[in-house]
Design a protein around this ligand. Structure first.
Ligand SMILES: [Zn+2]
Length: 445
C-alpha cells in the first residue's frame, strides 16, 4: 500500500502542549508512524501550521442548516423555532436532502470535522407515507457524507409521538414509524460501509413511549451500536415526563436500558442531582451543543459535574446555526465561567479531547481522533497566518487554537488518509458556498 508522508510545524499528540516539527506517515487510511523533532523531508507534503486530529461533530441535524439566520429575528422560543424547522423538513425529499446534506457536510469538512453523528428523524414522505426504499432519506445522508469526504454515523431515530400520549401531526408524520417494532425493522435494513456506521437514537422521552424505549435500547445493544437521545433540553420536557410517569427523563431512560458507556445524552441541561449520578455513574457520554443551547435559550448543563462523575463529554453543532467545533469547545468552558464566576474548568487539551477522541468514540469510531500509530488518519491543520492566530507561541499554541481559532482558519484536512481540503479548498466539492446556497434556496422556494 502506498505511503504518504505529512510534515507539520506543530502537532497536538495529546499532551498539554504541542510537539514541534512532526512527521506523520500514513498508509491507506491509517497513521503508520509519528515522529517528533525531525527535519522536513523533501518527499513529505507540508502542512503549514498546527495540526490536530480530525474533529467529531457528535450531534447534528443536517437540514437545520437551512434555518441559519432566518430564525434569529424577533425572539421567539424553542417551540416557535421548532415550527420554522418543521416547515423546512416538510419540503425535503431524498434528492433535495442529498444535495443539501452534501453541501452541509462539505462545510463541515472545511471546518475540520472528519466525522458527523447525524441524528436522523426525517424518514418518510409527505403525510408519513414511506418511500419505495423506506430508508431513502437515511441513504441520502450516507451518500452526502461520502461525497463530501467525511465519515458519518447515521443515528436512526425512533420518533413515535408528538408529545407524551399525543399522536404525531402535520410535518411530524414524516418522522414516525408505526411503532417501535416497525422502527427496528426499518433501521435493521440500514448497513454501514467504510465511511458509515449505523447507530440508534431515541428522539426524546416526549417522542418515544416507555415500551419502545426498551426496544430501541435492546436493538442498539444487540448491534453493539451507539445509542443517542435528546435529554432534558427544556424544563417543559421534565415537567411533562414527571406528570405522565412520575419520574425524570433520565430516570425513565435508566429504567428502560438507555444509559451506559455506548450511550450519549444530548444537552442534559436541566438535571437533578440523582440524574447526574445516574448518567455519570453509568459512564453515559454527554454531548454538549453550546452554540445551539445558547441560541435556543436552553440553559447551561452541568457538564463539569457530569465529567467529574465519569461521563465523557462530546460536542456537536446540532442546529448548525454555527459549524465550528473550536467555538463549541471553548463555549463549554466559557459558559461554565459565566455561571460560576470562576475561570479554568477545563484545560485546552481536555476541551480538544472532547472535540476529537471522545466525540469519535461516542459515534462508534474508537480508533479515530488521535494522532497516533494505528489510528484513522484524520489530520486537521490550522493555519497560523490569520489575524486571529498571528503571534501564537509554541508554549501556548494549544490555548491559541482552542480559545482563538475559527473554522475559517482550517487550511488542510486529511480524512481517512484522503486529502479532502488543500490550502483551504475542498477537493471534492467544487464550490461549497454556491452549493449550499442553491440547496437552501431549493428548500425555501
Ligand atoms: Zn438535536
Amino acid at each position: 500500500m502506498p505511503m504518504t508522508r505529512y510534515f507539520t510545524d506543530y502537532a497536538w499528540l495529546g499532551g498539554a502542549q504541542v510537539a514541534e516539527r512532526v512527521l506523520i506517515d500514513v498508509t491507506g487510511d491509517r497513521i503508520a508512524a509519528v515522529q517528533v523533532g525531525v527535519p522536513r523531508p523533501g518527499d513529505a507534503a507540508y502542512l503549514s501550521g498546527v495540526t490536530v486530529p480530525g474533529t467529531a461533530n457528535a450531534h447534528c441535524h443536517a437540514f437545520h442548516r437551512a434555518l441559519r439566520g432566518r430564525t434569529h429575528r424577533g425572539g421567539g422560543s424553542f417551540w416557535t423555532w421548532r415550527e420554522d424547522m418543521y416547515a423546512v423538513a416538510d419540503r425535503l425529499d431524498p434528492d433535495s436532502y442529498y444535495t443539501l446534506a452534501r453541501a452541509v457536510y462539505a462545510e463541515m469538512a472545511l471546518a475540520g470535522i472528519s466525522c458527523v453523528g447525524e441524528f436522523h428523524y426525517l424518514h418518510h414522505g409527505p403525510c408519513g407515507v414511506a418511500y419505495a426504499d423506506p430508508n431513502a432519506m437515511g441513504q441520502a445522508l450516507i451518500a452526502g457524507a461520502r461525497d463530501a469526504g467525511i465519515r458519518i454515523t447515521l443515528l436512526d431515530t425512533c420518533y413515535l409521538t408528538g408529545a407524551i400520549g399525543k399522536p404525531l401531526e402535520g410535518p411530524q408524520l414524516r418522522f414516525g414509524d408505526r411503532d417501535g417494532v416497525s422502527w427496528a425493522a426499518r433501521a435493521s435494513n440500514l448497513t454501514g460501509s467504510a465511511h458509515a456506521r449505523v447507530g440508534a437514537a431515541i428522539h426524546s422521552v416526549r417522542a418515544v413511549p416507555p415500551d419502545a424505549l426498551d426496544l430501541v435500547a435492546e436493538w442498539a445493544q444487540e448491534k453493539e451500536a451507539p445509542l443517542h437521545f435528546h435529554l432534558s433540553e427544556q424544563r417543559a420536557e421534565n415537567e411533562a415526563c414527571m406528570t405522565a410517569y412520575g419520574t425524570t427523563p433520565t430516570q425513565l431512560l435508566a429504567d428502560h436500558g438507555g444509559l451506559g458507556a455506548t450511550s450519549s445524552a444530548v444537552h442534559a441541561t436541566h438535571l437533578t442531582p440523582d440524574d447526574i449520578t445516574a448518567l455519570a455513574g453509568s459512564r453515559t457520554n454527554v454531548c454538549m451543543t453550546p452554540t445551539t443551547e445558547r441560541d435556543l435559550a436552553d440553559g447551561i448543563g452541568p457538564a463539569r459535574q457530569l465529567a467529574d462523575g465519569g461521563s465523557p463529554l462530546t460536542l456537536g453543532s446540532d442546529s448548525n446555526a454555527v459549524i465550528d467545533l473550536f467555538e463549541e469547545a471553548r463555549a463549554m468552558e466559557l459558559d461554565e465561567r459565566l455561571r460560576t464566576e470562576r475561570r479554568g474548568h477545563w484545560t485546552a487539551a481536555e476541551l480538544l479531547a472532547a472535540a476529537t477522541a471522545d466525540g469519535h468514540a461516542s459515534l462508534g469510531w474508537p480508533d479515530a481522533g488521535r494522532l497516533a500509530e494505528g489510528c484513522l488518519a484524520d489530520l486537521v491543520t490550522v493555519s497560523l497566518d490569520s489575524v486571529r492566530l498571528a503571534g501564537a507561541q509554541p508554549a501556548t499554541m494549544l490555548e491559541s487554537v482552542v480559545f482563538a481559532a475559527a473554522a475559517a482558519d482550517v487550511r488542510e484536512v486529511v480524512i481517512g488518509g484522503r486529502h479532502v481540503v488543500i490550502d483551504g479548498h475542498h477537493t471534492l466539492a467544487e464550490n461549497p458556498p454556491a452549493a449550499l446556497d442553491a440547496a437552501i434556496q431549493a428548500v425555501l422556494a
